[in-house]
Design a protein around this ligand. Structure first.
Ligand SMILES: [Zn+2]
Ligand SMILES: [Zn+2]
Length: 217
């Protein structure tokens, strides 16, 4: 039995109606743990390329082509070390990484949203006259302006359900996107593989400074 299958066994089912939001967040990890891994994604990458996606990059400061690749690579490393060291048995760690995966897949931050107080929500809606900042329809929810940041009201903006990036964990609207399937096809094998499939996939061996330094040679 592989580590990925072992972990999938202890996670709650995905898309279970009425599940507590923390369990729904943990279940998101199933998407990468249960991915069929017949496809090999071993690609030839040298230091002139983004170590996550293989696009050429000439930055002397960051190995990655952008913040999205940096975030994806960090997620892969954290899941791989969590599986190896056993720390991913911790439900809080599962929740944290499940939420990161959901954001990477374009579903926003529903768990963090659930922690916004009623008072802050009411104040925010009042400030924007209760309207969605995108389309002007009545606001029903909020999105984070800067995705890595916190629940300060300055980092939140009201949205209607249609315009909101934030979708419930397991929502078909996110799962059915072609980009979601492409990303999962990439991530599944990278997480399940014994050896790292990309230079940036193992925390022990990844040295981004050395990687960027090679770029100048
Ligand atoms: Zn990239
Ligand atoms: Zn709207």
């Amino acid at each position: 039995m592989s580590r990925t299958q072992d972990l999938a066994k202890v996670l709650p089912p995905l898309g279970q109606h009425g599940a507590p939001i923390g369990d729904a967040a943990r279940a998101v990890l199933r998407l990468v743990l249960e991915r069929p891994i017949s496809v090999s994604t071993l690609i030839d990458i040298d230091a002139r390329a983004c170590p996550n996606c293989g696009e050429s990059v000439d930055s002397a400061r960051s190995p990655y082509c952008g913040t999205e690749c940096r975030e994806i690579a960090g997620f892969v490393r954290n899941v791989r070390s969590g599986l190896r060291e056993g720390t991913l048995q911790d439900p809080d760690r599962q929740l944290a990484l499940g939420q990161i995966l959901w954001r990477i897949l374009g579903g926003g931050l529903p768990y963090r949203n659930s922690l916004i107080t009623e008072k802050d929500l009411a104040r925010l809606f009042r400030k924007y006259d209760g309207l969605c900042v995108e389309c002007g329809a009545p606001a029903t929810t909020v999105d984070h302006i800067e995705s890595r940041h916190c629940n300060r009201t300055g980092n939140l903006r009201p949205k209607c359900d249609a315009c909101a990036e934030t979708k419930p964990f397991g929502a078909q609207a996110v799962l059915n996107r072609p980009e979601t399937q492409t990303l999962l096809d990439d991530l599944g094998p990278r997480i399940a593989s014994e050896v790292p499939l990309r230079p940036c996939d193992d925390a022990e061996t990844w040295d981004w400074r050395a990687y960027v330094a090679q770029r100048k040679e």
